[in-house]
Structure formats: structure tokens, C-alpha cells
Ligand binder design. Structure first.
Ligand SMILES: [Mg+2]
Length: 378
């Protein structure tokens, strides 16, 4: 019997907490972010000299904490990967799930680093490891989430001029009348040809959701994302049934098991998939398969990832036909200060360009990483 060639062995792992300053306030139905934003960057080194990078970007009101993600990586996941071959990704993911409950952001970061290193070792982009690209670019949606509506209108007009034609308006952090007024002004300013969506981040109460969402339907929305809390699946299914506008599940679907439950009860018409919820690309793939089987299209969602996490997700989308609703991979370009972005993503004519180089296919600037690091574990 012939043995497969050995892949490089992980010899070291560095976990950093990094801090970015944000250019603007971002408000959502579940909370606001402004000022400083912390993420976790992991780097694995191998005996072949190849490095792999991953990222965890949790949000306290959505999933977990930066502190917990860093500790999960440093204390609990490190022993599972040191001394292992980088190509044993599925086995390491399974070991991580056995050893540690939850912490999907930390697990996603580790898996990304293994995919990045494996792609580099084989000289192919991550999407080639996932079946090959079905697209080379992904339509980009920008989320209008600034409490200052005039600032958002100016920014959206600018972006429309650069080819971005999809905008997701964050609703539910202000009262319903104000949200109606925002939608009126945004629709009037951007025109009928613009693809508009709204996202409540669970802000509505089930008792008032239907009448408010019916009023919102006049704005010709592509979808309404997570109008009510995930803990009310029957009410969410009833909204999906009652409204003409498709409902997208975000906070309701973290895992493949959640996706299966959603498909079985008609919870939503589509799914937002995030590596920070699923725990990585392999499980995101499983969610996309379930969604496809249930006739639900997928959207590339995010928490607060920079270029590492978003590029990993771009490779997944490039190799997964289920993602027909675009993505929101704009943070490094539009929200971080340019001098604090550790890598760049290419946006052309309103589309994310999927890298074609080995691994993630982006150049990580270690000097910038050093400058934004506030804590390091190795
Ligand atoms: Mg959302």
C-alpha cells in the first residue's frame, strides 16, 4: 500500500489579541460598537517553514468574548495541533469538538490556519481544496448601521459610485417610525435599482413584528434578516409564512443541527452563514448543504472579522454554489483604519475578488500585526 506524502508538522502556535480603532459607530438591534474593536489572530508555524493564519472575531452580544476565544486557542486547542500534520484538518476539527464544547470562533480560527498552511504546502488556494471555484468574485453588500443617517447617505452614495449596489440597513436600534423614515430616505436616495435588505438582529418583539414588517415590505426588500429573537422559532416560522418578503435566519442558525431544525420547521427562507457561528469552513459547508436541500439560499455574513477571516470565508463561498445572496466582507476596507489592516482585500466594481494564490492568498503584514497587538500567548 502506498502512503500519502506527509504534510508539514505544526511546531509552534502564536495567539494574539489585536485592537483596531473604528472609523465610525456601528449600531445594530442587539448592540453598538464604536471606538476600539478587539479580535484574535492565530499563527501556526511548521517544520517546513510554512505559516498559516486564522482569526476569531467574537461579539459579546452575539456569540462569545475575545478573552474566551484567546484562552480556548492558547490553553485548549494548542495541544491538539502541536506535533500534528497540517493536512489532517477534519481530524483536528473533530478532536477540537471532542475536547472543547462551544467556542466556534476559536475553532474557526484554528481551522483557517490549517487550511491556509495546507494550501501553501500544496501550492493551491483554499477554494481548490474545497472543490474548486464556481465564481471568481462575490457581490458585496455594505451594512448601513450609523445612527447618523446623513453620514450613511453620503457614504452609500459614494459607494454606489464605486459599483456597490447592495445595502443592508440595520434596523431596530431606533424606534419603528424612525426606521420607516430611514428606509424612505435611503430608497429615495439610492433609487429603485439598488438591492436593499434590512436586518433587525433580533430587535423586534414577536407581538409587534408582523405589523411592522408588513409596513416595511413597501420598500421592495430582498430579505428581512432575523427580525425576532432566536428563542422564538415558532413565531419566526409564522412570520416567514405570513410575509411576502423572504426572511433570512442569522442568530437562529449557528450549527448544521440548527440548519436542519430550521429546514424542518420552515423557520426562514434563507440562511446567513458565518464562520464565527459555525466553527469553520467544514461545518459552514454542511450548513450550506442542508440549506440547499431545503431550497434556502445562503448569504456570507460576518461579525467583526478582518481580512484573514473574511478571505477564508470568500474561499468557502467561491467553492459553494449555495451562496447566491452576496456577502458583507467590507470591514478591513471601510471600517478599520487603513494603517491598522494587517492584510488587504481586493474590491472591484462592487465585488470581492477571490484570491488565487496559495492558501488564503493574501500577504499578512507582521509589522502591522505587531503594532496592533495588545496581548500575545505563545
Ligand atoms: Mg445579521
Amino acid at each position: 500500500m502506498q502512503h500519502a506524502p506527509r504534510s508539514p508538522i505544526v511546531t509552534a502556535m502564536r495567539v494574539r489579541v489585536v485592537e483596531n480603532r473604528m472609523r465610525m459607530t456601528r449600531s445594530q438591534g442587539s448592540g453598538s460598537m464604536s471606538g476600539k474593536l478587539r479580535r484574535v489572530i492565530v499563527r501556526i508555524d511548521t517544520d517546513g517553514g510554512i505559516r498559516g493564519y486564522g482569526e476569531a472575531a467574537p461579539w459579546t452580544v452575539f456569540s462569545g468574548t475575545v478573552e474566551a476565544a484567546a484562552a480556548a486557542l492558547h490553553v485548549h486547542l494548542r495541544p491538539l495541533v502541536i506535533g500534528r500534520e497540517i493536512g489532517r484538518i477534519a481530524a483536528i476539527v473533530e478532536a477540537a469538538d471532542t475536547a472543547l464544547h462551544g467556542h466556534p470562533e476559536a475553532k474557526a480560527a484554528l481551522e483557517m490556519a490549517l487550511f491556509d498552511a495546507s494550501g501553501k504546502a500544496l501550492g493551491v488556494p483554499i477554494h481548490a481544496l474545497m472543490g474548486g471555484a464556481v465564481c471568481t468574485t462575490i457581490p458585496l453588500s455594505f451594512s448601513l448601521a450609523n445612527p447618523d443617517l446623513d453620514a450613511d447617505l453620503t457614504l452609500a452614495t459614494d459607494m454606489a459610485g464605486s459599483g456597490i449596489n447592495i445595502f443592508k440597513v440595520k434596523t431596530g436600534f431606533l424606534d419603528h417610525r424612525t426606521d420607516m423614515h430611514r428606509l424612505e430616505r435611503i430608497r429615495a436616495k439610492l433609487g429603485d435599482a439598488t438591492d436593499l435588505r434590512i436586518d433587525y438582529n433580533q430587535a423586534l418583539a414577536p407581538i409587534s413584528a408582523l405589523s411592522r414588517l408588513r409596513a416595511m415590505e413597501q420598500f421592495d426588500l430582498t430579505f428581512i434578516e432575523q427580525p425576532i429573537p432566536a428563542r422564538y422559532p415558532r413565531a419566526m416560522a409564522a412570520l416567514t409564512d405570513a410575509l411576502d418578503t423572504p426572511i433570512l435566519a442569522d442568530e437562529s442558525v449557528f450549527s448544521p443541527e440548527d440548519a436542519l431544525a430550521a429546514a424542518q420547521c420552515g423557520l426562514a427562507d434563507g440562511v446567513s452563514i458565518k464562520l464565527m457561528k459555525s466553527g469553520g469552513m467544514l461545518k459552514a459547508r454542511a450548513i450550506a448543504a442542508i440549506a440547499t436541500a431545503a431550497g434556502m439560499p445562503c448569504y456570507g455574513g460576518t461579525l467583526w472579522e478582518g481580512a484573514i477571516g473574511l478571505t477564508a470565508a470568500a474561499h468557502l463561498i467561491a467553492a459553494t454554489p449555495a451562496f447566491t445572496l452576496g456577502c458583507e466582507f467590507y470591514m478591513p476596507r471601510y471600517v478599520f483604519l487603513p494603517e491598522q489592516a494587517e492584510a488587504a482585500m481586493t474590491i472591484r466594481d462592487g465585488q470581492i475578488v477571490v484570491p488565487t494564490g496559495p492558501g488564503l492568498g493574501i500577504a499578512i503584514d507582521e509589522d502591522i500585526l505587531d503594532r496592533i497587538t495588545v496581548e500575545s500567548f505563545d
